[in-house]
Design a protein around this ligand. Structure first.
Ligand code: TZP
Ligand code: MG
Length: 304
């Protein structure tokens, strides 16, 4: 990509699907985006742009629906601790109780993932969790079942390599919903992004007994490799606890996803807050050393 930013300039030239387009824009709005990063996600080549560009301008400029919805991307970029349910590991506590406590502890996103449930039970749980997450202002994702996500108006779905393709899920859910995809290699992650996934997950970071059909250990290095090759957020999963969350942050993951470390904790709220803090502290260190800035709102969430 050829880039040329001019602080003073208020003109932008882009190329989208081979069509060159120039526009003069007002840069006095209050929502700004990183044109390079978001432009690439939307499939737009920025030929020349002001350094600060309004989100709405960039969305307008795509002229057609972008491959990635920029607003969804911004939302998912704020996921740092993602909690997945598993009633069998919850010490008898309901998903409702677990999720309420996890939200109180600072969970940024909740996923309903109870593999053994009948469709009817899953739907009941999804309806309950939809209400709680909406009250808590936390995005709600359903594992595997696009139909359930659709019916309860979840914020998105998480699918695996053997589930329905991303294109089907997108057709059913539309561009405003989050689609996450499990990946196990750089190639799968790159493909998922191309197909329109809003985030990719990679696991297992560490050994875990939670997932019976877990693939061989992915480790931490692959997180760094995937980060170098995709623009969508990278979520690490598998065996992550407060003791090792910092290593995942150092490896460059945008978010950690956990089941047992939260769901099985005696004090769910405290365990959630501790995990998030450990992870974000490591990320902040990494970002200082690489020159990136850490979003202060993310860091401060439970530490006013
Ligand atoms: N995918 C890869 S590992 C895993 C999933 C769903 C299980 C994560 O559970 P835990 O208890 O956080 O290791
Ligand atoms: Mg699945």
């Amino acid at each position: 990509m050829r880039r040329s930013y001019d602080r003073e300039a208020d003109a932008v030239a882009i190329s989208f699907e081979g069509v060159k387009w120039e526009k003069t824009i007002d840069i006095t709005g209050d929502i700004f985006v990183d044109v390079d990063r978001y432009g690439r996600l939307a499939g737009i080549e920025i030929l020349h742009a002001s350094e600060k560009l309004k989100l709405s301008d960039l969305m307008d400029m795509s002229m057609e629906q972008p491959v990635h919805n920029i607003a969804v991307h911004k939302l998912v970029s704020d996921f740092h601790l993602y909690v997945l349910t598993d009633y069998s590991l919850s010490r008898g506590r309901s998903n409702m109780e677990v999720v309420k406590e996890a939200i109180a502890g600072g969970a940024d996103a909740i996923q309903l993932r109870d593999k053994g449930y009948t469709a009817k039970r899953l739907l009941q749980e999804a309806l309950t969790l939809r209400d709680i997450t909406r009250e808590g202002g936390v995005p709600f994702i359903v594992n595997d079942r696009v139909d359930v996500a659709l019916v309860v108006d979840a914020d998105g779905v998480h699918i695996g390599q053997d589930d329905v393709p991303i294109s089907w899920a997108r057709r059913l859910l539309g561009k405003d919903k989050i689609i996450g995809m499990s990946t196990h290699s750089v190639e799968e992650a790159v493909q998922a992004e191309k197909d329109g996934a809003d985030y990719v997950s990679i696991g297992s970071a560490f050994p875990t007994t939670t997932k019976s059909d877990a693939r061989p250990l992915a480790g931490l290095e692959i997180i760094t490799d995937i980060k170098k090759n995709v623009n969508v957020p990278v979520v690490a999963i598998g065996g992550i606890k407060a003791e090792n969350a910092a290593q995942v942050g150092q490896a460059g993951a945008d978010c950690i996803a956990v089941i047992s470390a939260v769901v099985s904790a005696i004090n769910i709220k405290e365990a959630t807050a501790e995990l998030r803090e450990e992870f974000l502290a490591a990320k902040a260190k990494l970002e200082v050393s690489t020159g990136d800035t850490v979003r202060s709102s993310s860091i401060r969430k439970n530490n006013p």
